[in-house]
Design a protein around this ligand. Structure first.
Ligand code: ADP
Length: 326
């Protein structure tokens, strides 16, 4: 009997404080910002938002402080289930202090590209985020690594025996020892960028290519051959170059590539592109389309994302994503 498709996102919810700087800051320099904005963030919330924007049913499970009620309201208005967002007394909402600098070109009318200089995270209430006691009603579960890894692992131990499709974006990357002891057999899909792939291969794989080869094909195969990884589909996002992807059966054990979707406007800001990819991917899996079609929709969503500033604020509507992916 097929069950209805719904995704649980267990992860972080942050208040992003974004400072726009006129130029790159030097150590010790005091610099007035040209603008400051506060927006919803956190990899968990970003990815839940991307699932919802791509038309997928999704519930967010996480923690905020008493100062974060506006974040729950924001996510609820985006059609994300927010019953699982707990307010922790005497704790602040997770914070990201983000320093951005525009490139020097825009003053003469050229395209404005925003460079992310630094992000400083404070986990706040995210550190209290625990696994839900029941996963009833969920077909998919999506994880990142901005909450305690033990909570993610506890949830995976419930999800795997219930045959949920589990998608893990291990960002920020856990410590090597945590990677080596992680229950990889509970994961269906792994989504990493190139740096994360390198860290995973270094920690978990026996490889004859100790230095990252910049290509990624052999790294993905090395990871596939590592203990516990044999059934996992692996996707490596490669920024402007697009993606590499692998699945033991769906790609017949081959590493395939897709280019990034063409931009319709100038590149502005790649913040949240990886999160956009992960959430759009799970929504695609829930629609039950073929893998290549799902991935092309993800690439279209990411192209729209990098043409606008911010993370969630840059995620395109489902109509726009569909139009762009043809
Ligand atoms: P992360 O944010 O996790 O580091 P990436 O930078 O690899 O992830 O970006 C995810 C996806 O966003 C890429 O696979 C690509 O489709 C798109 N993307 C990112 N940067 C660019 C860019 N400069 N031009 C076009 N597409 C991009």
């Amino acid at each position: 009997m097929s069950r209805s498709q719904r995704c649980l996102v267990l992860g972080s919810i942050n208040c992003d404080e974004v400072f726009h700087l006129p130029h790159t800051i030097r150590p010790g320099e005091t610099l007035s910002s040209t603008g400051i904005s506060r927006c919803p963030g956190g990899k968990g919330a970003n990815q839940a938002y991307a699932v919802a924007m791509a038309g997928g049913g999704v519930d967010m499970h996480g923690c905020i402080g008493v100062d974060g009620v506006w974040l729950r309201d924001f996510l609820g208005k985006a059609q994300i289930g927010v019953e699982g967002i707990r307010t922790v007394e005497n704790e602040v909402t997770g914070r990201a202090i983000i320093l951005l600098a525009d490139d020097g070109e825009n003053s003469i009318g050229k395209s404005l590209v925003v460079h992310r200089l630094t992000t400083v995270l404070s986990s706040g209430a995210n550190a209290q985020c625990a696994s839900p006691s029941s996963l009833e009603g969920y077909s998919h579960a999506l994880f990142q690594n901005e909450i305690p890894l033990s909570s993610t692992i506890a949830c995976l131990h419930v999800a795997a025996p219930q045959h949920l499709v589990t998608v893990f974006n291990p960002s920020p990357v856990p410590a090597p020892e945590e990677l080596r002891t992680f229950p990889w057999h509970c994961i269906s899909w792994l989504i990493v960028n190139e740096g994360e792939l390198f860290d995973l291969v270094s920690a978990c794989a026996e490889t004859n290519t100790p230095a990252y080869d910049g290509d990624g094909h052999s790294s993905i195969l090395d990871l596939h051959h590592a203990e516990g990884f044999d059934d996992i589909g692996i996707i490596c996002t490669q920024g402007a170059r697009g993606i590499l992807y692998f699945h033991p059966t769906l790609t017949a054990g081959k590493v395939l590539a897709l280019p990034a979707a063409a931009l319709e406007m100038a590149l502005v800001d790649t913040t949240g592109a990886g999160d956009c990819f992960a959430g759009t991917f799970v929504a695609g899996l829930m629609r039950g389309e073929g893998l290549e079609d799902v991935l092309k929709v993800c690439l279209a969503a990411c192209a729209a994302c990098v043409e606008a500033p911010g993370a969630m604020a840059s995620y395109a509507s489902w109509e726009d994503i569909k139009r762009r992916s043809g």
